[in-house]
Design a protein around this ligand. Sequence first.
Ligand code: FE2
Length: 307
Amino acid sequence: MPANRFNGHTDYGIGIGLRIPHYEHILTRKPVVDWFEIISENYMIDGGRPLAVLDSILEQYRVVQHGVSMYFGSAQPLNREHLKRLKTLVRRTGTPWLSDHLCWGSVDGRYTHDLLPIPYTWEAVHATAEKVRQVQDYLEIPVAVENVSSYAEFHDSEMTEWEFLTEVVERADCGILLDVNNIYVSAFNHEFDARVYLDHIPAERVAQIHIAGHSRYRKYILDTHDHAVIDPVWELYARAIRRCGPTATLLEWDDKIPSFEEVHGEALKANRFLREVAAQAAEDGNIRTDESGRRQWPAEVAHELLA
Ligand SMILES: [Fe+2]
């Protein structure tokens, strides 16, 4: 699979989310971490401690921005003021790509602060893709849209979630932030096969992967990000990287946050799978390196590994 502006970040390795309880540890102990993901909205401010911390982090680490309030699937126009502030932060962090969710969450200027599922219709495909395209053009960096976990479906839907995701990203010409835990959660809640989802998305557009823990109840799963990752999600992750190649991977842990070491240790478990897949491909002589030193991951390798 040739490198492109979405999948070319194969050297990013494993990152973790920058969270307030870990600020002190990171600033004083300077742990070795491949990169940090920040929630853009927490730093779209004019000054204060969060920005000072961010600047210190930027001196030593790579930072990638992740957003929670773009609402690509909302019917209302984009918030120009929000975009302006976001672009200021993009320039500050130098983020190589930026992600936000494939969802809606605002009506008439009122924000729900929830990541609500979109009806998978052609009308929504066109409206959502147009918005992603506008954001990408304005920010002048690659945008990756993230699949959300959901607890409801729409009778009006005209296609599956993975078909909807594919149609949006192809029309918007954007990347994907593939959240394998969200696929697992939605697959359980809506009774579809998570492996079919993974096998049908355009692998060459996957810029980043999210992994996370969740809470399981008798009839449904809640995407709580407050546990370690369970084995079936690791299996999905392994399947994803066999298909997509070595991909920037981030562990999300947002509630009941344990020590930095515990979160980082959990994230580093992803290394085992990244190494296994890379070793297998290298053994087969299938990894190539381009002029900039980035590893290339031919599509035929992914297919062989999956077979
Ligand atoms: Fe996620």
